[in-house]
Design a protein around this ligand. Structure first.
Ligand code: OOG
Ligand code: MG
Length: 263
């Protein structure tokens, strides 16, 4: 079911994408459209993606968000959300990210999956995810809600592609079957100081379960997760605000480290 018509969906997608491209914030869209439903929210997200692919962007994968209790509590919402990743969000290891291109960036530690075979729901589960997983690696997601002061509800944040802005992945890969993803430890450092810690189980008990949830979500929208997809399974800790001059390093047990700078 949807409640918004095509014109309203297109207008909201244009507005939210312009906020992203111009680094301008906006009140949450449910203030204007209090009756919008989950389908509307994902329809707006799909329309944002269509604007990007029309300009030549390529989908490289997907992200799950609000999959940890720390993140749900930080953002005051209770449902996982899903978004897309396009090539223009990817930055190389050690990259300098210009804060002038962002509104109020935050970083989060994530366990990332790359698939070797397609995954289709409904009924996708941890076993299917592990069987389809080529390798796992560490990643830092830079989120940048387009909503003023990072204040939103789940439908608004879905329409805003779940605050996706940038991401970097590490270069040490491992076979998911050789690791216990639940006890995999992560340490996020800002300017050399450890600021957030956790283990994989913070993400719905097992980060692979967040990937299964993503696949089942895609199935409900008539899509599959193609082979070769990168999936960010969701922030393990609260997101940490960054500003120009900050350097961030993520260390993940068995998966090395990966870093970014903000200028
Ligand atoms: C929504 C995006 C959440 C995660 O990993 O939990 C997310 C937000 O907090 O702005 O990417
Ligand atoms: Mg995230």
């Amino acid at each position: 079911m949807s409640t918004l018509d095509k014109a309203a969906i297109a207008q909201l997608a244009e507005h939210l994408e312009n906020c992203q491209l111009k680094a301008q914030d906006t009140p949450k869209i449910t203030d204007q459209h209090p009756g919008m439903d989950w389908d509307d929210a994902y329809d707006v997200q799909d329309a944002v993606l269509a604007r990007k692919t029309a300009r030549g962007a390529r989908v490289v994968g997907y992200k799950a968000g609000l999959t940890s209790f720390a993140k749900m509590k930080q953002m005051g919402v209770s449902e996982p959300v899903f978004g897309f990743l396009v090539d223009e969000f990817a930055v190389p290891e050690g990259a300098a990210i210009k804060v002038s291109e962002l509104i109020h960036p935050k970083v989060e530690p994530e366990i990332c999956f790359v698939t070797k075979t397609a995954l289709r729901g409904p009924g996708c589960h941890v076993g299917a995810v592990l069987a389809a997983c080529d390798f796992v690696l560490a990643g830092i997601e830079v989120i940048d809600s387009r909503y003023r002061d990072f204040k939103f509800d789940a439908k608004s944040v879905i329409a805003d592609n779940t605050s996706a802005a940038r991401f970097v992945v590490g270069s040490r890969i491992a076979d998911a079957q050789d690791l216990d993803l639940r006890t995999l430890g992560v340490v996020l450092e800002k300017n050399g100081v450890p600021v957030a810690f956790g283990a994989g189980a913070a993400v719905v008990g097992n980060p692979a379960a967040a990937v299964a949830m993503l696949v089942n979500h895609l199935a409900a929208r008539g899509q599959e997760l193609p082979a070769g997809s990168l999936v960010l399974s969701g922030g393990i800790t609260e997101a940490v605000a960054v500003q120009a001059g900050d350097a961030v390093t993520l260390k993940v047990q068995n998966l090395g480290s990966v870093g970014l700078r903000f200028v």
